[in-house]
Design a protein around this ligand. Structure first.
Ligand code: ATP
Length: 326
């Protein structure tokens, strides 16, 4: 295998809090191990366009606490094309980049797997997404911060819900996975949690609301994943209004505030640990893997496996949440 001298790091797909902490750890560990470090701007775009910046120890000062990504992120359509990936490879050859660390979700790893196979480039991945749906890690970088952001928002909404005897229906991110809804729902004591992994029976939901009302629960919180089969918060509100015209309901769609903000301590430590391990993995000659944290240990999972499988929510926690909301 070719000797590795220069390593590029990039962030791709949706941004998540902690990506900067991961970049910092990758860059500083790389420098400590004697590598030259560079960053590709806007994910795979930078590789194709040659927008590559040198990264020194000081380039990553004062970023551990910042949300978003200093390298910017993008959904790079061009990288799906074989011809464009060839351009990226040629640019990498010209610049002298020997290996890559990619931070993103399963789309990012799909691109990395293809690219690595086509050109034999050493590539390792770090799980950077708020959704927590990646196989091969207990937690993804950004998930803990996102839950805390949702929790703070719901706490505020509950003040109004209680004061005005209202039912708030709050939609959170999660097109395919209910991790954010489930964990933030437990943390805020939500009366009802609706997730894509479990079918939503509107009758059951209405029955619970009626029961709560009779038990003098005059306010409440329903947390809905955007990908839930109910159709989302607006649809849930419509059903409730149709059956219980006396209930005062409000919808709040939290949207992109869930993706931003200063990362939590947990996300900073996770990103730092995995960023450090990414360089050591490349140094060990291992490629084509995502690094994750499983039972508090760093674990490697092939891109193939991490793409093919998904992490599933613990449905027992959903049952527990129901008990705690009686
Ligand atoms: P998120 O969790 O935020 O969706 P992601 O990494 O899954 O993150 P995607 O937009 O799916 O986000 O993928 C990021 C980028 O990875 C794409 O814009 C594209 O550049 C590259 N990519 C994804 N799938 C492929 C593929 N099949 N072939 C080549 N490149 C791909």
């Amino acid at each position: 295998m070719k000797e590795i001298k220069k390593i590029a790091v990039l962030t791709s797909g949706g941004d998540s809090p902690g990506m900067n902490a991961a970049i910092r750890a990758v860059v500083r560990t790389g420098i400590n191990e004697g590598y030259e470090m560079v960053g590709s701007i806007r994910g795979y775009h930078g590789l194709i366009s040659g927008e590559i910046v040198p990264l020194h120890s000081r380039s990553v000062s004062n970023i551990i606490q910042r949300g978003g990504t200093i390298l910017k992120s993008a959904r790079c359509k061009a990288f799906y094309e074989k011809e464009e990936r060839k351009k990226a490879y040629e640019k990498m050859q010209t610049i002298g980049i020997d290996a890559l660390v990619v931070i993103g979700g399963d789309g990012t790893f799909t691109g990395a797997k293809l690219f690595g196979k086509e050109y034999g480039i050493p590539i390792v991945g770090l799980p950077g997404t708020i959704d927590n749906d990646l196989y091969g890690t207990d937690f993804t970088i950004g998930y803990d911060t996102a839950i805390n952001t949702v929790m703070e928002a719901v706490d505020k909404l509950r003040d109004t819900a209680y004061s005005h005897d209202r039912l708030f229906i709050i939609e959170v991110m999660g097109r395919d996975a209910g991790f954010i809804a489930l964990r933030s729902g437990i943390a805020t004591g939500a009366e009802i949690i609706l997730v894509p992994e479990s079918p939503t029976y509107i009758d059951e939901m209405l029955y619970k609301l009626e029961k709560d009302w009779k038990k003098n629960k005059t306010s409440g919180i329903i947390i809905v994943s955007e990908g839930d089969d109910s159709g989302g918060a607006m649809e849930v509100e419509r059903e409730i209004n149709e059956h219980f015209p006396d209930f005062e309901t409000r919808v709040s769609i939290l949207g992109h505030i869930q993706r931003g903000g200063s990362p939590s301590a947990m996300d900073r430590v996770l990103a730092s640990t995995l960023g450090n391990a990414a360089i050591m993995t490349i140094k060990d000659g291992v490629s084509g893997v995502m690094l994750g944290m499983v039972d508090n240990e760093v674990e490697l999972t092939s891109f193939e496996k991490s793409i093919k499988h998904h992490q599933h929510i613990d449905l027992e926690l959903l049952d527990m949440a129901r008990v705690l909301a009686i």
